[in-house]
Ligand binder design. Structure first.
Ligand code: NAP
Length: 321
């Protein structure tokens, strides 16, 4: 497929296009990737493989699900909301794969077992698990309620561990190899002021990735992580969108002078889970255009997190905090 940089798929909206037009021509930023739908791995790389993706019905999860489907996988979309799951299934089928949606809250161990059973009944033994489900909301740490803390850490850390343990149990009992991919965020490396709960949970998942890689390598199970940078999409929570009112600013804040395109995450995920990465385990691949490394010579004056968040927190239901 020819690479058409003017395609709307290559922009993050009209603001970004306008921003590019006004930009200093000496600094074009990092190039656009090939267009969505372009295959990177050989056709059929995942033929006969069942991939279970938690939260695979929206945003980056759906982009990964579609790419696995394009590479021949059967994909289980596992999440709470039926409409989300339907969108994930549709994306995989459109890409040429087979898919099934299964209801599950990853905080509930018995539902995880049932979800694996349902995916395996429909598509065959699960060989790849992508722990993508996550929750996050902006809040000053001093205002975070025990419920808010637990909701995020239960989904991100406990959910990831419980699903991973289930994949291990099944692969070990079959004597079959397996692959786990954990989705992090770069806050896992830096801390996440204004999102302390999510940053702490993601950092813990990064650590878990390393422990499990070593523990489960002898059983033939690889465990890696992927840390996306900023990939804006329309299904993001309203309060996360509200943190960035002008999308063109997103691009200018990145050393790449652009944000991530969702299909770039699809390629990274399928590569790490493919046989071409058979000797890679315990690794975290950062896909963020270098943004987490950014430090300017002259930093802007610091605005306390509470002041950055105050317009958002004022409108947030107390139960969520
Ligand atoms: P998203 O659209 O909000 O997706 C989160 C998914 O998790 C939803 O599909 C949701 O499905 C599922 N989920 C939430 N709680 C669940 C639960 N208890 N049980 C089962 N599923 C649950 O987020 P996204 O932007 O695509 O992000 C995907 C991953 O990339 C996340 O791990 C996120 O932390 C990471 N990430 C994203 C960005 C970005 O810029 N987008 C940046 C860094 C890291 P249901 O509502 O149907 O349950």
């Amino acid at each position: 497929m020819p690479h058409d940089p003017s395609s709307p798929q290559h922009t993050d909206g009209p603001h970004a296009a306008a921003d590019r037009a006004r930009r200093d021509p000496r600094y074009p930023g990092l190039p656009e990737p090939p267009p969505p739908g372009t295959t990177m791995l050989p056709p059929g790389t995942f033929a006969g493989v069942t991939v279970l993706i938690t939260g695979g019905g929206t945003g980056l999860g759906r982009a990964m699900a579609a790419e696995f489907g394009r590479c021949g996988a059967g994909v289980g979309i596992v999440s709470r909301d039926a409409e989300h799951r339907a969108r994930g299934v549709e994306a995989v089928v459109e890409a040429g794969g087979r898919a099934v949606g299964v209801a599950c809250d990853v905080r509930e161990p018995t539902r995880i077992v049932e979800a694996f059973d349902a995916v395996e009944d429909a598509l065959g033994p699960v060989g790849v698990l992508v722990n993508n489900a996550a929750a996050n909301f902006p809040v000053a740490a001093e205002d975070l309620s025990p419920n808010g803390w637990r909701a995020v850490t239960d989904i991100v850390l406990d959910g990831t561990f419980l699903c991973s343990q289930e994949l291990h149990r099944r692969c070990a009992s079959r004597g079959a190899p397996g692959v786990i991919l954990n989705i992090l965020a770069t806050q896992a490396f830096t801390g996440g002021p204004g999102m302390a709960h999510a940053a702490a949970a993601k950092a813990a998942v990064g650590n878990l990735t390393k422990s499990l890689a070593v523990e489960w390598g002898p059983s033939g199970i690889r465990v890696n992580a992927l840390a996306p940078g900023l990939f804006p999409h329309e299904e993001m929570r309203e309060d996360l969108k509200a943190l960035r009112t002008d999308p063109s600013v997103d691009a200018r804040r990145q050393p790449a002078y652009r944000t991530g395109r969702r299909h770039e995450i699809g390629w990274a995920a399928t590569y790490l889970c493919s046989p071409f990465a058979a000797f890679i385990t315990g690794h975290t691949l950062v896909v963020d255009g270098g943004n987490w490394l950014r430090r300017d010579f002259v930093m802007p004056p610091l605005t306390p997190v509470r002041d950055q968040l105050s317009p958002l927190v004022r409108d947030q239901p107390a139960a969520e905090r």
